[in-house]
Design a protein around this ligand. Structure first.
Ligand code: PHE
Length: 332
């Protein structure tokens, strides 16, 4: 006598459908198809049956067994798919995020320095002005009190551009021509900085590049003194390097300032690095800019922007800034 196999199949189908995970299904698999299962037990009893009865019962048992196997296997497919989805969800990485992170660059250390300097000076009340990189001889030299053929022009290894009269057009050798352009543009008071790229026919070495950056400062107002200049440069350098920096002003010569000075900062090894030229704006320069030197006085300075970046980051060779080696630049 076989047990009620229809009932058994119905119960089994319900149990399989309710198996919530693969462990539960595995246990059910053993219970429905293993050694102690209803179908296995029933098979053992076949031997005691009459041949005809045994044949039918055997066929029926095989069908039931196959049906049970199908139920379990279908349920396993469903549960496995669910588990895979859960694992994928748990191990999910946002690859778009990763990708963006790898490709995003950052500002070049010189650009960072440029922006930082602008921030400091804007914080001190200065405005920012810019001028052309290709200049005329007048703005780069003449208006800045370099007489024609004056030896001071030799301080600058000038790159001339083939345009107009020979010698009339050049790549600006400093940002000082922007001083003239700012004076031409409006009445004082002037409190401006003028960052930009400048060019000299120099051979690259650890402290020189043929293309480099300067940040010019110009203050023109009533009653401006050398003391105002020293105080401004000191305030700026403390803001940029920190309070404990050591610097010095050393007498120098520029045709466009009188008196003129060189501003140096002390390196860790005790040597001095020239960071800026500065001085009181020469009366001839005020005049060239359309201002009355009897009314107005002022000071000007020109910092080497790249050198400021070197000093601040402890880089010892200017050329490193422009090799475009990603491994170097990504440090800053
Ligand atoms: N233009 C000068 C240079 O490039 C620096 C400077 C600027 C000096 C302003 C005095 C005043 O060497």
């Amino acid at each position: 006598m076989l047990p009620d196999l229809d009932r058994h199949l119905t119960d089994a189908a319900t149990a399989v459908a309710e198996a919530g995970d693969l462990d539960a299904l595995r246990a059910l698999d053993a219970e429905l198809l293993g050694k102690a299962s209803v179908v296995t037990e029933a098979r053992r009893e076949l031997g005691a049956m009459e041949p005809d009865e045994r044949k039918d019962a055997g066929r029926r048992l095989n069908e039931v067994r196959a049906e049970l196997e199908r139920l379990v296997s279908e349920r396993r497919t469903v549960l496995e798919a669910g588990q895979r989805a859960a694992v994928l969800e748990a191990e999910r990485l946002d690859l778009t995020e990763l990708d963006r992170g790898q490709r995003l660059g950052h500002r070049h250390v010189v650009t960072q320095t440029w922006e930082r300097l602008e921030d400091i000076f804007v914080g001190m009340g200065f405005t920012v002005a810019e001028g052309p990189e290709i200049e005329d001889e007048w703005h780069n030299f003449g208006a800045l009190n370099f007489p024609p053929d004056h030896p001071a022009r030799d301080m600058y290894d000038t790159l001339y551009v083939e345009h107009g009269e020979p010698g009339s057009t050049l790549l600006r050798t400093h940002t000082s021509p922007v001083q003239i352009r700012v004076m031409e543009a409006g009445e004082p008071p002037i409190y401006s900085i003028m960052p930009g790229r400048v060019f000299r026919s120099d051979t690259a070495d650890a402290t020189h590049m043929p293309v480099f950056h300067q940040i010019e400062g110009l203050v023109v107002d009533r009653g401006i003194t050398f003391g105002d200049m020293a105080g401004t440069m000191d305030a700026f350098t403390k803001a940029y390097f920190g309070r404990e920096f050591t610097s010095r002003l050393r007498p120098s010569y520029f045709p466009f300032t009188e008196p003129s000075a060189e501003f140096d900062i002390r390196r860790d090894d005790g040597s001095w690095l020239e960071l800026a030229g500065c001085g009181m704006v020469h009366p001839n320069v005020l005049q060239a800019g359309g201002l009355d030197p009897e009314v107005w006085s002022g000071f000007a300075f020109g910092f080497g922007l790249d050198r400021l970046a070197l000093m601040r980051h402890g880089i010892d060779d200017l050329r490193e800034l422009f090799r475009n080696d990603h491994r170097f630049l990504s440090q800053f």
